[in-house]
Design a protein around this ligand. Sequence first.
Ligand code: GMT
Length: 387
Amino acid sequence: MNVGIVCYASVGGSGIVATELAKALADRGHEVRLISTEMPFRVSELRVGLAFHAVHTPGYPLFREPQYLLSLANKIVQVSREYDLDIIHAHYAIPHAAAAYLARQILANAPGTKVPRVITTLHGTDVTLIGSDSSYSETAAFCIDQSDGVTAVSESLRENTYRQLSVRADIQVIPNFLDCSYHHRSPDPVLRARFTGGDAGCRLVIHVSNFRPVKRAEAVIDIFDRIRQRVPSRLLLVGDGPDLDMAGRRARELGLADVVEQLGEQEEVVPLLSVADLFLLPSEEESFGLAALEAMACQVPVVASRVGGLPEVVDDGVTGFLHHPDDIDAMAASGVALLADPARHQAVAEAALAAVQQRFCANAIVPRYEAFYKQVLDREPVLATST
Ligand code: GMT
C-alpha cells in the first residue's frame, strides 16, 4: 500500500507512535511517506520504503498567524498526486484530520484523480484537552466523523471521545506499541555510576515527559521527596516543557537540588531507562501513557495515576502500581515498597516486561493497522467522488 502518515515532529507520544508505525510499515513492504514540519526525531537511519516530505508554512507580513493547516493540506495533495497514496493516516485530530479532510476534498474535485482514504488516529489531548475545548469542538468532531476510519489508542480514549465530542464515527481501538527489538533493558554500568555517584545503595527514580501541566511535574518532586526520606535515591528528569522550571524550583525548596538531575530533551531514552529502578507518572490524564510502556519494556516498574488508559497498560499490583493522582503518599509508599524489596522489584519488573512482550510489541499491533487499512479500503468511502 502507499501510505501518507501525517504527524507532529516534536517530542511527544503521537509523533513517536506515528514514526514507529511508518518504520514498521516500510519494513513490511509498504511505501510510506511521512509528512511533517521536520524530520520526526525518531527517524534516524535511512530505510527502504520510507520517505519524508517537509511541510513549509511561509509567513507573510499581513498574517499574524501561521497558516499550517493550509500548507499541510496543500502538501498532502501534492504527495498524494505524485505518489498515488491509497491512505492518508492523520495522527492527532487537530489540525491533522482537518488537513487530511481538506486534501481529500481537493483531490476529489479533480475528475480522474485518485482519492485516498483518510484514517484518523486519536491520541488523547487532541480530544481530552484541546479537541473538546469549545474553540475547537465543532471542527474536531466534524473532521473525525468525515474520516473513512478512526482509531483511538485506548478504550478509555474511545469512550472519552464519545462523551466529550458529538462524534458518530465507529472508533476502533488499536493500542500503542513499541519496537521490542530496540526497547529492552541494556544497562551501562558507567552511566549508572555517573548518576548514582558510584553509590551501590543508591536507587534511580526517573520521570520522562514534556513537562506540560497535565504531567504534574511538581507531584513528581513531592513523591520523590517522600521516597528519598526512606530509600537513598536520586531523581532523573528527562524532557523539557513549561513546568520544568517549576519542578526545579520545588526540588530546591525541598533541599533536593543535589539529588535531582535535569537531563533535558533526549532522543534516546532506552539507555536512561536501562539504568533506572522506578518510573513516576502522576499525570492528571493520560490516554495511554506511552512513556510508561517504554519504562516497562526496560523493566522499570511504574508508579502512576489511575487515569485514562493507564489501567489498560499497567496491571495494578502486578506490572506496576496505580493510585489516585492526588494520592502522593500512596504513590510514594508503592515506590518505597518496590525499591526496598529487591525480590518484589524483580517480580514486578519481569511481569511488566512479559506484559509488553505479550501485548504491545510492533509485531502484534502493526498487522492490526494493516488489517484496518484493508478494511477501510474495502468499504464505501465517506466521500462520494466525481471519478
Ligand atoms: O501527553 C503527551 O506527552 C503528548 C501527547 C501526544 O499526542 O504526543 O500524548 C498523548 O498521546 C500519546 C501517544 O498515543 C499517549 O501515550 C499519551 O498518553 C497522550 N497524552 C495524554 O493523554 C495526556
